[in-house]
Design a protein around this ligand. Structure first.
Ligand SMILES: *[C@@H]1O[C@H](CO)[C@@H](O)[C@H](O)[C@H]1NC(C)=O
Ligand SMILES: *[C@@H]1O[C@H](CO)[C@@H](O)[C@H](O)[C@H]1NC(C)=O
Ligand SMILES: *[C@@H]1O[C@H](CO)[C@@H](O)[C@H](O)[C@H]1NC(C)=O
Ligand SMILES: *[C@@H]1O[C@H](CO)[C@@H](O)[C@H](O)[C@H]1NC(C)=O
Ligand SMILES: *[C@@H]1O[C@H](CO)[C@@H](O)[C@H](O)[C@H]1NC(C)=O
Ligand SMILES: *[C@@H]1O[C@H](CO)[C@@H](O)[C@H](O)[C@H]1NC(C)=O
Ligand SMILES: *[C@@H]1O[C@H](CO)[C@@H](O)[C@H](O)[C@H]1NC(C)=O
Ligand SMILES: *[C@@H]1O[C@H](CO)[C@@H](O)[C@H](O)[C@H]1NC(C)=O
Ligand SMILES: *[C@@H]1O[C@H](CO)[C@@H](O)[C@H](O)[C@H]1NC(C)=O
Ligand SMILES: *[C@@H]1O[C@H](CO)[C@@H](O)[C@H](O)[C@H]1NC(C)=O
Ligand SMILES: *[C@@H]1O[C@H](CO)[C@@H](O)[C@H](O)[C@H]1NC(C)=O
Length: 638
């Protein structure tokens, strides 16, 4: 190998010398170098410029020289060369350059200045010298175009072209071009409606920044058009494009019509609703509005300049025709637009109740009179009336005919009026009136006939109601007892002892007021023997107590006597002490005790009746205290 190299080097030297001598001597027509006309490279990338050749038979290359030539010039500058596989650089050396094993020129990190013609010259020794050339083109994609919009809105009324936006795409190479689009259609200068002003800036880096300003006359339809700008450029020999963000133009145009509406919770507005009146002009920007009710000239409502009027908790006074006026300064004719809405607030006033004859606190109805109550109300729609008493509907319609009034007629009457509204619950109002009837007292007595026992204490109760206030009195035994208190409702109780005279005459309960007197007659009837007296006979507590005391005392005595007798018989040995015998004696005693206790409780009428029935047998036996004593003992003796 090394021998071979030395040999070839020596030969190369010879050839080189020969080449130098014979360079002018014309090249061998058999040798040629092949290179592409054009090489494309992206800025910053690595470029490789190919240089290919075929060695003539038995020949070999001697050297490869790379030259650069500025475009349009003939003078060349030697960059780098290779002789017998060894690379050399001319001064000043450029470390981005190198020669590949295939003798290609490699340029690292391509810069714009690398865009030149490159010559590859190959020396074939005695076969001569051949060369060819390539152009290196450097390209760089520009940045995405950016839009700078005109801040102000663009008026359709402007007779001049208005600047709409400027598009800028930076740092491209070679020079890119910009095109404007509206809704996907490219815009062209027409010298009348559209003007496009291009701009080109060479940056210090040598890259190009392109710029384009679009001016146009706008129409109202342009408010929804999508505008954008597109940059077209060449990269590595390919045509490419990049679009800006699309945007809309703030087109200012005058209002042509007004929309004036009422926003309400339902189809019909009623008192208490919250309502908004909204006026909308179709111009851009929205003009200043003037909203007011025709009846009032002054406008103090908030928001009315923005075109709305909030009316909270509305009442019928707000009804009327509302006007919305707009003076749009965009409109060159300065014509005023107006619109109107009619707001109708449905209402239902509180009903008014009138009465014939009048019912007031000063003048009340007298028993037996007639009265006609009329309920009257005003509302914006047909009304439905009815009357209620104690929550129940007692009459349909607005008239209430009270005939032949009595105490029962008294009370609170409510007139309810309803106004049906489609789409919303009916509006309802009501009014109450107090009707008071002056009448004779009404007496509620428990019974007509009271079964009593001569000599016992009896408690009778009489309940009376009336307006005006009443007094209750009792006539017992020829005397009259009058309750001290008077009122609209009274319970009166009288306590007396039954005498033979009272059994004859009975007892009268009398209720009296300004209007008159009502009497109830209690008949006193002798309780029949063996018959159960009425459970509700008024039995005095004292009597019960007396019975208990006497019964207990007698019980103790009987037990003592029985004990003594039993003890005596036992001593004499005449009584056998059987179990059953003892039970027979104790059992009735317990039974007797029960009876006594139940009388006291006064709650089991049958048991009490048994005892009292026994009393009845001995009823003739005498006076008050003795009677109790007799009754009790009689019950136990049985
Ligand atoms: C240069 O190279 C091209 C193609 O590679 C070839 O067609 C052309 O003939 C060459 N020119 C010379 C002068 O050799
Ligand atoms: C090439 O070399 C061979 C021997 O090495 C020789 O025979 C031949 O004639 C040579 N051809 C030419 C054209 O010199
Ligand atoms: C690139 O665009 C240019 C000019 O617009 C045109 O002449 C050329 O043919 C295009 N090249 C390709 C590859 O489309
Ligand atoms: C009306 O608006 C007021 C305040 O926003 C609110 O308190 C009230 O509940 C509204 N009334 C109705 C009927 O919606
Ligand atoms: C309200 O508008 C109608 C037409 O929409 C018009 O005929 C009427 O005169 C207007 N009323 C007022 C008071 O402006
Ligand atoms: C009810 O009221 C209306 C208006 O307030 C009145 O015209 C009418 O006479 C009244 N009717 C009665 C029965 O009071
Ligand atoms: C009220 O009722 C009485 C008795 O039924 C009748 O005579 C009178 O006409 C009625 N009045 C009205 C207004 O209906
Ligand atoms: C009832 O009158 C009689 C005599 O007429 C009298 O003895 C008795 O005490 C009177 N009783 C009452 C409760 O007034
Ligand atoms: C009268 O007695 C009845 C039941 O006996 C009772 O409901 C009512 O409250 C009493 N009235 C008065 C004023 O004491
Ligand atoms: C009770 O009233 C009646 C009439 O209702 C009368 O005849 C009788 O004398 C009165 N009795 C007494 C005790 O006042
Ligand atoms: C008679 O009844 C009243 C009320 O009911 C009562 O306060 C009073 O004690 C009762 N009198 C007797 C003797 O039962």
């Amino acid at each position: 190998m090394s021998r071979c190299r030395l040999a070839s080097f020596a030969r190369a030297c010879l050839l080189l010398l020969a080449g130098c001598c014979c360079s002018r001597g014309g090249a061998d027509s058999n040798v040629a170098v092949y290179m592409p006309d054009l090489v494309e490279a992206k800025l910053g990338d690595t470029a490789i410029i190919k240089c290919e050749f075929a060695l003539p038979e038995n020949g070999s290359y001697v050297y490869v020289n790379w030259y650069s030539m500025e475009k349009g010039k003939m003078e060349r500058k030697k960059l780098i060369y290779m002789v017998q596989g060894k690379e050399h650089q001319d001064e000043p050396p450029n470390d981005r350059l190198s020669i590949t094993p295939d003798f290609f020129l490699k340029i690292n990190k391509v810069v714009l200045q690398d865009a030149k013609n490159y010559v590859c010259q190959v020396g074939f020794g005695m076969h001569g010298v051949a060369e060819n050339r390539s152009e290196l083109r450097v390209s760089k994609a520009p940045e995405k175009p950016e839009i700078q919009r005109t801040n102000r809105g663009i008026s359709t009324g402007d007779p001049h072209l208005s600047e709409i936006a400027t598009c800028t795409s930076r740092n491209g190479y070679p020079t890119p071009t910009l095109t404007w689009y509206k809704d996907g259609v490219p815009l062209k200068m027409d010298g009348n409606e559209i003007e496009i002003r291009p701009g080109l800036i060479k940056e210090s880096s040598g890259l190009w920044t392109v710029r384009s300003t679009l001016s146009a006359k706008v129409t109202k339809e342009d408010r929804s058009a999508e505008f954008y700008c597109q940059v077209s450029y060449t990269l590595m020999g390919n045509n490419k494009t990049s679009k800006s963000d699309s945007f809309k133009v703030d087109v200012h145009y005058p209002s042509e019509s007004l929309r004036f509406v009422i926003d309400a919770p339902g189809p019909d507005v009623k008192e208490g609703d919250n309502v908004t009146l909204r006026c909308e002009a179709d111009g851009n920007p929205p003009p200043l509005y003037t909203l007011y009710r025709m009846e009032e000239e002054e406008v103090s409502e908030q928001g009315s300049e923005q075109g709305f009027l909030h009316l909270y908790n509305i009442n019928k006074e707000r009804s009327g025709v509302y006007l919305c006026k707009v003076l749009d300064l965009q409109d060159v004719t300065l014509e005023e637009l107006t619109a109107n809405v009619t707001l109708l607030v449905n209402y239902l006033d509180e009903p008014v109740i009138t009465s014939v004859p009048p019912v007031t606190s000063l003048r009340q109805l007298q028993e037996g009179e007639d009265a006609l109550l009329t309920c009257n109300a005003t509302g914006s729609k047909p009304l439905a009336f009815h009357w209620e008493k104690k929550g129940r509907v007692i009459e349909k319609g607005n008239l209430l005919n009270l005939t032949n009034v009595g105490f029962d007629t008294s009370g609170k009457y409510t007139c309810v009026v309803e106004m049906p509204m489609p789409g919303t619950p009916a509006v309802s109002r009501s009014k109450q009136v107090q009707v008071t009837v002056h009448a004779k007292p009404v007496l509620v007595a428990r019974k007509e006939v009271v079964h009593v026992q001569s000599g016992e204490m009896v408690n009778l109760t009489c309940t009376g109601y009336s307006t005006p206030p009443l007094l209750i009195s009792w006539s017992v035994n020829g005397s009259v007892f009058t309750s001290v208190m008077q009122g609209h409702q009274r319970n009166s109780t009288v306590l007396f002892q039954v005498t033979e005279a009272l059994l004859e005459s009975g007892v009268n309960c009398t209720a009296k007021n300004r209007m008159g007197t009502t009497q109830h007659h209690f008949m006193l009837a002798q309780r029949q023997e063996g018959r159960s007296p009425n459970a509700k006979t008024e039995q005095t507590a004292q009597e019960s107590k007396g019975v208990i005391i006497v019964a207990v005392v007698i019980c103790i005595l009987v037990i003592a006597v029985l004990g003594a007798v039993l003890y005596f018989l036992h001593k004499k040995g005449k009584l056998t002490c059987g179990r059953s015998g003892k039970q027979e004696i104790t059992k009735p005693e317990a039974h007797k005790d029960e009876i006594v206790v139940e009388v006291k409780s006064d709650k089991l009428p049958e048991e009490a009746g048994l005892l009292q029935g026994a009393n009845g047998e001995k009823r003739s036996a005498g006076d008050q205290v003795g009677q109790f004593a007799m009754t009790s003992s009689g019950g136990l003796q049985r």
